[in-house]
Design a binder for this molecule. Structure first.
Ligand SMILES: [Fe+2]
Ligand SMILES: [Fe+2]
Length: 186
């Protein structure tokens, strides 16, 4: 086990909570009804998913993993290009959530669905393939160095950022899907 990987796996859990709610909204065609929440969801995707989580992968974990395992280099390049695609979808959503026609003509739902499907696949691939290989490749010293770098990286987001992200995920599920909707589902 490497704590530098476990910490990012924990973030995957929070991201999945929010992504799954967005997926349910697309499935039930209920985005318009939850228009007020969409603003918060896109803010979370921009700040927590893109800047905070993908930022740590791209700037800290992946470069260290690529240095230690050549086998991981093409895998990581693919993951980073998926981050770039996600960033583009989030930028589109930012504009769309303020435009009534994007709710009415289904374009917001289409971009959201693309992001949800791609991020679910992406996180699964990291969890099943890339993170386990990274854990094998990193030494305990690498792990310690990364944890310290995470602390420096996370600091500008503020001391409450992680907790607020987690609380948002739980509250969003309860508000949109009803209390306990996902209980028992992991
Ligand atoms: Fe990633
Ligand atoms: Fe990730």
């Amino acid at each position: 086990m490497r704590v530098s990987v476990t910490l990012l796996q924990y973030e995957h859990g929070i991201i999945r909570q929010v992504i799954d709610v967005l997926g349910e909204m697309v499935k039930h065609n209920s985005m318009k009804k939850h228009q007020g929440q969409m603003k918060h969801i896109v803010k979370f995707l921009d700040e927590y998913l893109d800047r905070y989580h993908h930022g740590k992968e791209e700037k800290l974990l992946f470069p260290m993993a690529a240095k230690r395992s050549k086998e991981l280099v093409p895998e990581i390049a693919k993951l980073v290009s998926e981050h770039t695609e996600a960033r583009a979808s989030i930028a589109k959503m930012k504009t769309m959530i303020t435009t009534d026609s994007a709710y009415a003509d289904g374009s917001l739902a289409a971009v959201s669905k693309q992001l949800v499907d791609s991020m679910i696949r992406h996180i699964r691939h990291e969890e099943d393939v890339v993170y386990p290989k990274t854990e094998e490749a990193l030494s305990l010293d690498d792990d310690l160095k990364l944890i310290k770098k995470y602390e420096v990286f996370n600091a500008p987001f503020g001391p409450d950022f992680a907790r607020l992200g987690e609380e948002f995920g739980v509250k969003l599920q309860d508000d949109v899907l009803g209390p306990g909707f996902f209980s028992g589902i992991n």
